[in-house]
Design a protein around this ligand. Structure first.
Ligand SMILES: Nc1ncnc2c1ncn2[C@@H]1O[C@H](COP(=O)(O)OP(=O)(O)O)[C@@H](O)[C@H]1O
Ligand SMILES: [Mg+2]
Length: 168
């Protein structure tokens, strides 16, 4: 894993799959990796699937976004929108409607600040994946990025992102 990480730091995208029985220490291994490389990356993203949200393919993205934006339980919708906007001011390569799409995903009422064109759920999902990848790209131009997708089988429909993200 560390030699893969070295290759990532040299600019070569890597995808590593760790699979095995529950309890053999996969999460622990990833935690150890995170601790070892902490000072070497400003972007350690973690997407964890949950058996309780198996019907919600984007659940890991929702929780990662909420964590990254720093939402507090009692934030008003405007405060959440502010936090979401500041999250996306940093990485430059971000589609115009990303904030509106992410706000919609997070269930934040966007009101008149961002218009989201009417579209089918499938179109929305396609645009969301593109926005996530653009966000990732924005981070990747600034330095090495570690993305952890945990327990992916429970949310296998989010799978196409991991393959496309590896190319970034
Ligand atoms: N190398 C290790 N040394 C000590 N305890 C470990 C080690 N690897 C895993 N464990 C412990 O075993 C349990 C299961 O590990 P975990 O990483 O959650 O497994 P998995 O993600 O494969 O289901 C956890 O309580 C973890 O702390
Ligand atoms: Mg685990």
């Amino acid at each position: 894993m560390l030699s893969r990480w070295r290759q990532v730091k040299e600019g070569g995208g890597q995808v590593a799959l760790i699979s095995g029985e529950p309890g053999i220490g996969k999460s622990r291994l990833v935690l150890a990796l995170r601790e070892r490389i902490q000072g070497e990356s400003k972007a350690l993203l973690s997407y964890a699937c949950s058996p309780h949200h198996a019907n919600s393919a984007l659940f890991p993205f929702v929780t990662q976004l909420e964590r990254a934006a720093g939402f507090a339980p009692d934030d008003a919708p405007e405060a959440r929108l502010d936090k979401l906007e500041s999250l996306f001011q940093e990485p430059a390569a971000c589609p115009d409607n990303a904030v509106a799409l992410f706000a919609d995903l997070l269930g934040i009422h966007i009101g008149s600040r961002h218009a989201l064109a009417a579209m089918s759920p499938l179109q929305k999902k396609g645009l969301l994946f593109s926005a996530f990848l653009a966000q990732l790209e924005g981070l990747a131009v600034r330095g090495p990025v570690l993305v952890v997708l945990e327990d992916e089988p429970a949310g296998a429909r989010a799978g196409p992102v991991s393959g496309r993200a590896g190319d970034r």
